[in-house]
Design a protein around this ligand. Structure first.
Ligand code: HEM
Length: 249
């Protein structure tokens, strides 16, 4: 087995474990964090069904970002929708046989690669050109954008400039999933693409990118505006109430 195959295989097992473990751990932390106060951003829905609809609009249309800033919304929304399409298009490297709908979206996935780059370029430009955003931008904000741009750019280079052996690549990844290692094509651009993807998977659970699962735990978004109908008790307050220490809320 070529050393390169072994290195990339081990790298991807480590990256997948870090991503899955890290995201699961943070979701567990978020789920256990008490929400001591009712703080939904008003006007807010007053029922559970209403909250679910609000959340659905938030994660599909980025509603609050739209209300806040149209340029950020435009670039942010284009980037995320394009990313989704690109990832769905990539399913063909990990499934055999490839599902019909994955075959259908292939052409859109390619345009999405360019749309993803355009969205990221806009989001990055904003961090340099808008004074107020430049002032609060940290190195990690820039790093995440640079990483995503480099992944998209190396993917497009593979598509249009330096193609790789996609069939062999697929055999490698299908093998990886059943612990039967197969040789990986040694094309430089593919190796760059894969190394950057592995880096993204590893930093994801320690980065701002955790906002993806995090948005569902945001009290300003996931609470119903019903403090008059139901008394709001934080989890830890209920626990204190049940102890014999006599502490009462
Ligand atoms: C292990 C995971 C991945 C593998 C094996 C992989 C592999 C590939 C390959 C072989 C191509 C060239 C497609 C072609 O020639 O038709 C490509 C393109 C691309 N990749 Fe990836 N990639 C992975 C993950 C990602 C991720 C996580 C992103 C985004 C964050 C991404 C973004 C892109 C983009 C934008 C393109 C160009 C558009 C396209 O062909 O879909 N890739 N990738």
């Amino acid at each position: 087995m070529p050393a390169l195959t072994i290195v990339v295989a081990v790298l991807f097992y480590a990256a997948a474990a870090t991503l899955a473990g890290g995201v699961a751990y943070h979701i567990w932390l978020y789920a256990r964090t008490p929400q001591p106060l009712k703080i939904p951003t008003t006007p807010a829905p007053t029922t559970r069904a209403g909250v679910m609809l609000r959340m659905l609009k938030e994660v599909t249309l980025f509603e609050s970002l739209f209300k806040a800033n149209k340029w950020s919304w435009l670039f942010g929304w284009v980037f995320h929708v394009a990313l989704l399409l690109v990832l769905l298009r990539h399913l063909r490297y990990f499934t055999d046989p490839v599902w019909g709908w994955v075959v259908l979206i292939q052409p859109f996935g390619i345009y999405a690669g360019f749309a993803m780059l355009a969205g990221l370029a806009g989001l990055w430009a904003r961090r340099f050109l808008v004074d107020r955003v430049r002032y609060i931008s940290s190195p990690s904000d820039h790093l995440m954008l640079a990483l995503l741009i480099a992944i998209a750019a190396s993917g497009l280079v593979m598509k249009y400039v330096a193609p790789t052996d996609i069939v062999a690549l697929k055999v490698f990844f299908l093998g990886l999933m059943i612990f039967s290692w197969q040789p990986l094509p040694a094309d430089p651009v593919l190796l760059i693409h894969l190394a950057l993807v592995a880096a993204l998977m590893i930093v994801f659970p320690m980065s701002k990118l955790l906002h993806a699962p995090g948005v569902f735990f945001s009290p300003t978004r996931n609470q119903a505006d019903d403090p008059r109908e139901h008394r709001h008790v934080a989890g830890w307050a209920a626990q204190i109430d049940n102890t014999s220490s006599g502490v009462r809320r």
